[in-house]
Design a protein around this ligand. Structure first.
Ligand code: SF4
Ligand code: FES
Length: 305
C-alpha cells in the first residue's frame, strides 16, 4: 500500500494507546501490553515504538534501520494490516473516536521476540529462484569487460520488480503462504519474474524448469492481497500470472526471449555547455579560468580570507 501522504498533515489524537503483542522466547508465552503515549504531528508507528522504548519500557524489541522505507526491516502488522512501521502515520490509524493503534509481529513468520520475526525461511525461498543474472558464456563471466545492450522497453518490462525491498509484507498478507509451507510466496516469485523478464538474463530455462517442478506458481489462488499491501507498489500477483503464462508457453515450446548482446562499452562524448551568466558573476570564483585548468578560487582570494 502506498504511503498515505494526507495522513502526514493530519494531527493525531493527543494521547494514543499503543497495544503491542509481545512474546518472550524464554517465558515461551505471548501477552498483550498497552502503553499510553503523547503524540505529535508526523509521528509514525516506528516513532511511537522508539518513544516507548526510550521513555517507558526498554525491554520492548522491534527491528528497524533506515527509518525511510528503504531497508524493508521494520515490517509489522498495524491494526490488522502488514505495514512498514516507519511509513505508517499514527494519524492514519488512530482516530479521536478510537485513539488506539494495535501492533503485532508480521503474520506467517516465526516470532523471535516481541515484534521481531525470523526471515531465515523467507531468504531460503528467495535464494531458490536464483535472484541474480545468469549468463551462459563462461568466457564472458570470467572476463566481464563488455556491456549489455538493453533497450528502454526491455528495462520497462521488469523495472517495477527491481523496486522490491524484500520487506516480506506480501508474504505476511498471503493466505496461501499461511497455509502451505511449500509455497515460495509472492516475494520470491516476484523476484523470479524480475529475472525472467530481464533481457540480460539467460537463465530462464533453469528457472522455469525449477518453478515447474516446485509447482509454486500454480498454488497461488490469486487473492491479490500481496499486491494491495506492497509499500513499493510492486505487483507480485501480476508477476505470478505472468510466470504462469511463461510456463505455459515454455511447456508448449513457444517461449521466446530476446537476450541482450554483449557489446563494446559505449563511448560517451558530451559537449561542454557554456556557463550561465550568473555562474560567471560568482564573487571571487573564476569558473571560466577553472575551465582552462586554473584553480576555482584565485590564490590572492584565498590569502585574503
Ligand atoms: S513485493 Fe512489495 S511487499 Fe513484497 S517484499 Fe517486495 S516490497 Fe515488500
Ligand atoms: S526502517 Fe527501513 S523500511 Fe522502515
Amino acid at each position: 500500500m502506498p504511503v498515505d501522504l494526507k495522513a502526514v498533515t493530519r494531527r493525531p489524537p493527543e494521547v494514543v494507546k499503543v497495544r503491542v503483542k509481545r512474546f518472550h522466547p524464554e517465558k515461551g508465552q505471548g501477552w498483550w501490553q498497552t502503553y499510553e503515549i503523547k503524540t505529535y504531528r508526523g509521528m509514525t508507528v516506528l516513532d511511537a515504538l522508539l518513544k516507548i522504548k526510550a521513555e517507558v519500557d526498554h525491554t520492548l524489541v522491534f527491528r528497524y534501520s533506515c527509518r525511510m522505507g528503504v531497508c524493508g526491516s521494520c515490517g509489522v502488522v498495524v491494526n490488522g494490516e502488514p505495514r512498514l512501521s516507519c511509513q505508517t502515520q499514527i494519524s492514519e490509524k488512530a482516530t479521536p473516536e478510537r485513539p488506539e493503534v494495535v501492533v503485532e509481529p508480521l503474520y506467517n513468520f516465526p516470532v523471535l521476540r516481541d515484534l521481531t520475526t525470523d526471515f531465515t525461511e523467507f531468504f531460503e525461498k528467495h535464494r531458490k529462484v536464483r535472484p541474480y543474472l545468469i549468463r551462459l558464456d563462461k568466457q564472458e563471466r570470467e572476463n566481464p569487460a563488455l556491456e549489455y545492450e538493453q533497450r528502454p522497453e526491455e528495462l520497462e518490462a521488469f523495472y517495477e520488480y527491481t523496486l522490491c525491498i524484500s520487506c516480506g509484507l506480501c508474504d505476511a498478507a498471503c493466505p496461501v503462504y499461511a497455509s502451505n509451507p511449500r509455497f515460495l510466496g509472492p516475494q520470491a516469485l516476484a523476484y523470479a519474474y524480475r529475472y525472467l523478464a530481464d533481457s540480460r538474463d539467460e537463465g530462464w530455462r533453469l528457472r522455469l524448469e525449477e518453478l515447474e517442478r516446485d509447482g509454486s506458481v500454480y498454488r497461488c489462488h490469486f487473492a491479490a492481497s500481496c499486491s494491495s499491501v506492497c509499500p513499493k507498489v510492486v505487483d507480485p500477483a501480476g508477476a505470478i500470472q505472468r510466470l504462469r503464462r511463461a510456463l505455459l508457453a515454455y511447456n508448449l515450446r513457444l517461449f521466446k526471449k530476446r537476450t541482450a548482446k554483449n557489446v563494446e562499452p559505449m563511448k560517451v562524448s558530451a559537449e561542454r555547455w557554456p556557463l550561465p551568466p550568473e555562474a560567471r558573476l560568482m564573487e571571487g570564483v573564476d569558473l571560466e579560468a577553472q575551465e582552462k585548468g586554473a584553480p576555482v578560487i584565485p590564490k590572492e582570494k584565498l590569502l585574503e580570507d
